[in-house]
Every structure is written in structure tokens, then in C-alpha cells.
Design a binder for this molecule. Structure first.
Ligand code: PEP
Ligand code: MG
Length: 889
């Protein structure tokens, strides 16, 4: 197609990029012979040129003239002519439907003269003046950007004067008076008169559609929905048909199935003597389609016939807008209808049963995000709620519990059977026990990748982070909302991690049947059948394996129930917290080798037990255990706190234990400016070889125990933060020495592999060398993102990420969804280079991105063997891995 402007007869439904969704579907309906008022689409290329040049691009006005003339010829009327005017609607329509944009101006072409012509040709004064006041109102609001309330208040006042609450009771004089009033509003608000020239009206409306692409609302919507900034919108100009002609006319919206439940059967609303916007604006009560059948059987029958045709044609649930003008049905819009997650799965199953689609298509049509939303418990939407504030929707779900402000209280109250919500300014590794004990976590600082958010998602705990209206006073055990409401320890809160809402009191929660099903509950439910149909096919179709990130036997067992095919990352640092922290302290402050060995010897049986449980839960499946990664000072008291404690004691002459002073010296020695770039990962293993050796021994002995018990353990020992093959070689030598020793003592070989994480750019560059030593790779895309961008993961999100999002530097945080261009290039290169050395190298990913749908599609495309994610995201990853392979076909 050439030029910027295209007649409806020219396009089809697959041209959404160029014609926008509305334009493409109007073209499609025109071409399959449905009754669509004629018109044309100004394409998105024109919009992009307009936005770049700051005005209509060369040739566009002439093209509009050409198509308008053709439309006038078809209709036998001229735009805004004084005797019998052609009127048009102007409607925006981007590739994706975007409620943030200007949508519609109807009745363009009316002015002080043509209103008379319309009255004469339609034989209805009232209709003509009603149409004119609607034009002024819509044009004023959407094109001239006047506060819509000024118009609606004037309309309301007029109705009140009449003592009626229906616009239908306004007569010609009322409407004429309103027109005058509206014109005055326009003059007062813009400093100029309403443009009488029909073509000027049209041009201004077109420009307003283009400009609406960049309103704040539209930008915000795009950001939320991850719609690219540079698509632009199309404009549809269409001959008007009138639903406001009288009671034999009207407008309606309809869905070919129920968009909330997915149930079969049409569903919609109709309003007599009304134009389209009245239906959605709710100015009068609409009637159901069943009532519409009573009002106008012929149009109803035709509508049903068309809906059936549309479903067969689109092979999907459609939503439509229609108008009846004096008993004649017109189609104004159709599109594949938006639906709830529940409806998406049910419709997939029904349409498969009906033979409209196959199961591959049913899988393609649902998303991991929809499945995830079905897995979280939710608040009952019909219940009363007392909203306190809205924070960041960090980890979905609905949690109710008593507010507590520190971890020990959370643990204590939970042990007494109380449900608690842990409220903190922000969380740190010390809060872990409290987070485990709590039903949900609420913080006033930090974004979607803050400690609270990441850990909560990992555990499947509900979390609202960054609720910055809250002033959290942990010492006083309370928070204040925006200087007003105070919530004390023990007060009940409800937090919605799906929306970020925080409520006072207990909002009733309903359980997810889908999770119950994954957990093994076999009660029947049609939603479950629909989910099962899709999951079975997705599992069949996928090439990527799905493992879980799990650190405990319980998590591992749950992950297995959810379909995990092994553990991709067992972070061992969690195993050094709580009571065991003392042993880590002992290790760090040990003055000689004997002291170190004693501390390690105390840790060994505890670790062995941890690993045995996990290996048992994942019997027969691979379990990747990562040797300890974080800097050791994370297990020590905080520097300032400890210094102050000792200084205060010294000042008051109190006795200070010698051990405390040694500890302080250790804390000072281990203090780092940039801990993320300091003594962590493999560096720790080289600096304190006994630590990694103890862990390796614990893993291998646990495996030996499992073998003795007749099990099938498949441990994979993973070394973190390797940059050079020489680092890995050093550590691997130690591990293999331990393996030989364990084999000798136990009298059998312990099957195991030693591999590495690839989470530094250097490692990706030199992956061919590293693969000489590594038996497997796992991409740590959290660190790889941090190290590629030079971002400190814990700092950047809350400080400047929103400016980056506002400026369109990212569409989404690279910690949430893989930056495929940059970080992804390292993943691709690392995989290719690794396999140059070892063609059958097993490669996976265990960063947060392993559970992110878009990232999973990327990992599929670069040929990884598996993704690993938190247990709760395992079903989502299974589904997306299936979709990725079906998309690739
Ligand atoms: C990673 O860096 O992606 C990773 C999984 O390790 P962690 O998040 O524990 O640093
Ligand atoms: Mg890492």
C-alpha cells in the first residue's frame, strides 16, 4: 500500500502495525461484507512523521482531501454542506488498544449552518441539535483539551431545570440553548470560537489524535503495558451513522462470549436513541441483548448472525460496537476481545472442543502472566475495603494479618498461630526468618527488585514494597499514613501484592483453585480442566527444561509438585543464618587453623542434613547446589552498631567480652566499600578453602547417604562468580580431592558434576576456556545485569530507575526482564563459546529472569537447556517454554 491514507476496502486485519487495531479490523469487516459505514484510515506512519516533524508531513493534507472526496462521492453528500451534510467520526486506533489516548469525536462537519441542513434532511430538529451539542462537547473535551466537566455540568444543570434526569427530555430549545452555552465555554476556555469550517474541524481532530499519543496518561499506560514508545497511532475517519435518531435507533457493545468467565453465549448492552459514547458513559441505564431482541428483533437476529460469523472468521472471542440507525444495523468496530485470565483459559478449552482452534493455538493464546494471576489467592472484590495507600506491586497475592514491625515478633506471633504482616522500612537478610513467618511483607522503601521483593517472590510471599506514603517507625512499632491514620502493632492489615493496595482491616480472601490443583487436590472444576489442557500441551511442546530455585527440602518438594525437573539453584547462604550464624562468626574470628576447623566441623553435619533433604525431595533429578556466594560480613553484626555498643560500654565502664572486641576487629577487617565487587563467590573459596571444602563434603556425604538408602541423588556443585578458568581450577582441585576422600571412606564413587555460574562479562567472553573445567554453566543473570550495566542492584532501583523509565531508556527494569540486547548478548556468546569447547555442555539460567516470560522466550531462542525459577513460577515457566517453542515453529 502506498501513501499515508487508505480506504477501508484496502487493508486487512493483519495490518495492525500500519492501520492500528481499529483500522485493520474495520478493513477486515468491510472486506468480508459486513455492514460497515465507509471511511478511510490515516496510518501510523503519518503519525510518526507528524510527531517527528511537528506538523502534517508533506502530501498528507492532499491525500486526506482525495479520500474525503471519494467518501463524499460514495455517500452523495459533502462534508458539512449547508443543505444535506455528510458528517464523519474521527477515532484514534493504535496497534494496541490504549485507553490513555483520545478516542472519538463524532458528528464532525456540523456547524451553525449545516445543523439546519441536517434537521431538514433527517426531518428532525431535535436530532440535529442533539448531534451538534454532542460535537461541541466532544470536540471541546478531546480536541481542545477543555475540562469535560464544564460541559457535563452545563448539561446536568439544564436537565435539572427540566426536572428530569434523562437527556431524552431535553427539547429543541434546550439543546439550542446548550449549543450556545457550549460555544461560550469553548470561547472562554480557548480564547477562540469553535471552528465553523468543517475541514478545519477535521484537521484539528486528526492532529489531536496524533498529539494524544504523547499525553502523560498514554505514556503511563504504555509503560505499564510495555508498549513501545515509537509505534504511533492511526486515525479512522468514517461516515457517521446515527444511533440518536429516535427510539428506532440506538447503540450497543457486545462480546461474543462472556469476557469475565469465558462462558459461551453472547453478552452485551444496548441503549436506545443514543450514540456510542452514551453506552459506556452510563448516562442512562442500558438494557441487555435479550431486551434488545424484544425492541428490534430483525436487527438482533442480524447482530447474532454477524457475531457468529466474526467468531468463525477470527476464531476467537470478539468484542464489537454497533449502531442501529432507524432499524438498520451498522458495525462500527470489532476486535479480539480483552478477557480475564480465567476467561482466557476457559475460552481456549471451549474453542478447542468446538473445533475452532487446536490445542497449540489454545496454548499460544494464554500467557504466563495470566496463569500467574490465577495462582494467587485474591481478595474478594465484593467485600468492603478501607484503602490506606498504594505501593509497588512487588510479589502478587493477597495477605491478611496483624502488623508487626520486627522479625522476632513475626516469628513469635506466627508460632502462636497468628497471621502477621511484616512491616519494615526495607528488609535485609536479617529479616528472613520474619519474612518466612509472615503472610505478607510491606515496606515503605524499595522497588520491584528490592530485597523484600526478590525474596518474597522467591518464596511466593505476598509483598507490597515502596509504599512511600507510610512513615514506618519500627522502634515505636507503628506506621503513619501520610500524616493521618496510625497503624499500631497488632492492628490488622490486608495487602494486595497484585495491585500494590494496602487496606486497613481484614478483607476476605478467596483461595486459588489452580494452586490447590497443582498441589495435588483432584477435585473437579472446569477452570482446572482448561488449565490442564493447556499445561499438558505446553509440556509436550517445550524444549526447555524447567527447574526451580529452592533452598529447602519443603520448597524442593513443592517445586516438584509444580512440575520442576530438578533444582537449578540452591543458594546455600540461607543455611548460615539463624542459630548457625554463631558458627560462621566463630569461623571468621578463629585465630588459628584448629579454630577454623572446629567451626567448620560444627557446620558440616548441619549442612549435610540440609542437602540430604533436598536430594531426597528431588530424587532422580539434578540438584545444582551453589557454594556460598555473599561476602562474609553479611553474617556478622553491623559495623556501626557493634562499634557503638562497645564504645558505650567502654564509656560507662561496663565489662566488654574479649570476643566482642575480636569480632569488631573482624568486622572492620572485612568491611568493604563495594561488597558486591569484593570478597565473595569463588574469591571466598580461594581465600578460605576450608569453607568450600566443607560444603563440598557435606554435599557428597549427603549424596552417599542417599545412595546407601537406595536413592538416586544427582548433585551438581556450582561455583559462583568465576571470571577466570584458573579460579575455577583452584577450587575444583579442592572439591575433587574431597570427592576422592569421600569415595574412599564410603567405598563407592559419588556421581557428581562441578560447574560454574556465568555472571561476569569476563566469564562470558572467556567461556570457551572456562568450559574446559566446567561441566555445566548456569547464567546468573542478576549479577550479569548488575555487572554489565555497572548498576548496584540494591541501590539503583529506588534511586533513579523511574527517571530511566520516564525517559524511555528502559521499557522495563533489566532486573525484571532480561536486557536481551546487552546482557542477552553475553548469554548468547557464553553459550556458543562454551559449546565450542564442550559441544554437549549443559547450559541453564538461574537469575530472576528464569521465571520471566519474555526472558524465557529469549533463553529458548539462544538454545539454553533449562531455566530455573522460584517454585511458584515453575508452572508459568513451563507454559512460556511451551509457547516459546510453538512460536518458533
Ligand atoms: C545471579 O546473579 O543471577 C544469581 C542467581 O545469583 P544471586 O542472585 O544469588 O547473586
Ligand atoms: Mg549472583
Amino acid at each position: 500500500m502506498t501513501g499515508y491514507v487508505h480506504d477501508f476496502a484496502e487493508g486487512d486485519k493483519d495490518q495492525k502495525d500500519l492501520l492500528g487495531g481499529k483500522g485493520a479490523n474495520l478493513a477486515e469487516m468491510t472486506n468480508i461484507g459486513l455492514p460497515v459505514p465507509p471511511g478511510f484510515t490515516i496510518d501510523t506512519e503519518a503519525c510518526r512523521a507528524y510527531l517527528a516533524e511537528g506538523g502534517f508531513p508533506d502530501g498528507l493534507p492532499e491525500e486526506v482531501t482525495e479520500h474525503l472526496t471519494a467518501l463524499e462521492r460514495t455517500m452523495g453528500r459533502q462534508l458539512g454542506a449547508a443543505d444535506d451534510p455528510l458528517l464523519v467520526s474521527v477515532r484514534s486506533g493504535a496497534k494496541f488498544s490504549m485507553p490513555g489516548m483520545m478516542e472519538t469525536v463524532l458528528n464532525v462537519g456540523l456547524n451553525d449552518e449545516s445543523v439546519g441542513g441536517l434537521a431538514a434532511s433527517s426531518d428532525s430538529e431535535r436530532f440535529a441539535w442533539d448531534s451538534y451539542r454532542r460535537l461541541l462537547q466532544m470536540f471541546g473535551g478531546t480536541v481542545l483539551d477543555i475540562d469535560g466537566q464544564l460541559f457535563s455540568e452545563a448539561l446536568e444543570a439544564r436537565k435539572q431545570e427540566k426536572g428530569s434526569d434523562s437527556d431524552l427530555d431535553l427539547d429543541v430549545e434546550d439543546l439550542q440553548a446548550l449549543v450556545e452555552q457550549f460555544k461560550t465555554i469553548i470561547r472562554d476556555e480557548t480564547g477562540r470560537d469553535f471552528p465553523q469550517d468543517p475541514r478545519e474541524q477535521l484537521d484539528l481532530a486528526i492532529k489531536a489524535v496524533f498529539d494524544s499519543w504523547n499525553t502523560d496518561r498514554a505514556r503511563l499506560y504504555r509503560r505499564q503495558e510495555r508498549i513501545p514508545e515509537d509505534l504511533g497511532t492511526a486515525v479512522n475517519v468514517q461516515a457517521m451513522v446515527f444511533g440518536n435518531f429516535g427510539m428506532d435507533s440506538g447503540s450497543g457493545v457486545a462480546f461474543t462470549r462472556d469476557p469475565a468467565s469465558g462462558d459461551q453465549g453472547v453478552y452485551g448492552d444496548y441503549l436506545q436513541n443514543a450514540q456510542g459514547e452514551d453506552v459506556v458513559a452510563g448516562i442512562r441505564n442500558t438494557v441487555s441483548l435479550a431486551d434488545f431482541a424484544e425492541i428490534d428483533r430483525t436487527s438482533y437476529d442480524e447482530l447474532l448472525e454477524i457475531m457468529k460469523r466474526l467468531e468463525e472468521h477470527y476464531r476467537d472471542m470478539c468484542d464489537i460496537e454497533f449502531t442501529v440507525e432507524r432499524g438498520k444495523l451498522w458495525m462500527l468496530q470489532t476486535r479480539v476481545g480483552k478477557r480475564t485470565a480465567e476467561a482466557a483459559f476457559r475460552i481456549g478449552r471451549h474453542m478447542t472442543d468446538e473445533g475452532l482452534i487446536d490445542t497449540d493455538e489454545a496454548v499460544r493464546r494464554v500467557t504466563g502472566a495470566q496463569l500467574a494471576s490465577l495462582m494467587f489467592p485474591r481478595f474478594d472484590e465484593d467485600a468492603d475495603r478501607d484503602l490506606l495507600t498504594v505501593g509497588v506491586n512487588a510479589s502478587p497475592g493477597a495477605a491478611v494479618g496483624k502488623a508487626v514491625f520486627d522479625s522476632p515478633t513475626a516469628v513469635e506471633w506466627a508460632a502462636n498461630g497468628e497471621d502477621v504482616i511484616l512491616v519494615r522500612k526495607e528488609t535485609n537478610p536479617d529479616d528472613l526468618s520474619g519474612m518466612v513467618a509472615a503472610r505478607g511483607i510491606l515496606t515503605s522503601r524499595g522497588g520491584k527488585t528490592s530485597h523484600a521483593a526478590v525474596v518474597a517472590r522467591g518464596m511466593g510471599r505476598t509483598c507490597v514494597s515502596g509504599a512511600d506514603d507510610l512513615e514506618v517507625d519500627a522502634a515505636a512499632k507503628r506506621f503513619t499514613v501520610d500524616g493521618g491514620t496510625v497503624i499500631e502493632e497488632g492492628d490488622t492489615l490486608s495487602i494486595d501484592g497484585t495491585t500494590g493496595e494496602v487496606f486497613a482491616g481484614a478483607v476476605p480472601v478467596v483461595d486459588s483453585v489452580v494452586v490447590r490443583h497443582f498441589e495435588g487436590d483432584d477435585s473437579e472444576d472446569d477452570l482446572i480442566e482448561a488449565v490442564d489442557l493447556v499445561m499438558t500441551r505446553a509440556d509436550d511442546a517445550r524444549r526447555l527444561r524447567v527447574r526451580a530455585n529452592a533452598d529447602t527440602a519443603e520448597d524442593a518438594a513443592r517445586a516438584r509438585r509444580f512440575g520442576a525437573e530438578g533444582i537449578g539453584l540452591c543458594r546455600t547462604e540461607h543455611m548460615f543464618l539463624g542459630e548457625r550464624r554463631q558458627l560462621v562468626e566463630d569461623l571468621i574470628i578463629a585465630e588459628d587453623e584448629a579454630g577454623q576447623e572446629a567451626a567448620l566441623a560444627a557446620l558440616l553435619p548441619l549442612q549435610r542434613e540440609d542437602f540430604a533433604g533436598i536430594l531426597e525431595a528431588m530424587d532422580g533429578l539434578p540438584v545444582t547446589i551453589r557454594l556460598i556466594d555473599p561476602p562474609l560480613h553479611e553474617f556478622l553484626p553491623e559495623l556501626t552498631e557493634l562499634s557503638v555498643e562497645i564504645a558505650v560500654a567502654d564509656a560507662t565502664g561496663e565489662q566488654v567480652e574479649e570476643k566482642k572486641r575480636t569480632l569488631l576487629a573482624a568486622v572492620q577487617r572485612l568491611h568493604e566499600q563495594n561488597p558486591m565487587l569484593g570478597l565473595r563467590g569463588v574469591r571466598l573459596g580461594i581465600q578460605i578453602p576450608g569453607l568450600f571444602e566443607m560444603q563440598a563434603r557435606a554435599i557428597l556425604e549427603a549424596a552417599a547417604d542417599r545412595l546407601d538408602a537406595g536413592g538416586d541423588p544427582r548433585p551438581e556443585i556450582m561455583v559462583p562468580l568465576v571470571a577466570s578458568v584458573r579460579e575455577l581450577d583452584v577450587v575444583k582441585r579442592h572439591i575433587e580431592a574431597v570427592a576422592r576422600d569421600v569415595a574412599e571412606r564410603r567405598g563407592r564413587e559419588i556421581p557428581h558434576q562441578v560447574g560454574t555460574m556465568i555472571e561476569l562479562p569476563r566469564a562470558a567472553f572467556l567461556a570457551d576456556r572456562i568450559a574446559k573445567s566446567a561441566e555445566f554453566f548456569s547464567f546468573g543473570t542478576n549479577d550479569l545485569t548488575q555487572m554489565s550495566w555497572g548498576f548496584s542492584r540494591d541501590d539503583v532501583e529506588s534511586s533513579f530507575f523511574s527517571a530511566y523509565l520516564d525517559n524511555g531508556i528502559f521499557d522495563v527494569s533489566p532486573f525484571e526482564s532480561l536486557d536481551t540486547l546487552g546482557v542477552g548478548a553475553f548469554v548468547r556468546m557464553g553459550t556458543e563459546k562454551g559449546r565450542e569447547t564442550r559441544p554437549d555442555l549443559k547450559v541453564g539460567v538461574c537469575g530472576e529472569h528464569g521465571g520471566d516470560p519474555a526472558s524465557i522466550h529469549f533463553f529458548h531462542s539462544v538454545g539454553l537447556d533449562y531455566v530455573s525459577c522460584s517454585p511458584f513460577r515453575v508452572p508459568v515457566a513451563r507454559l512460556e517454554a511451551g509457547r516459546a517453542n510453538l512460536d518458533a515453529d
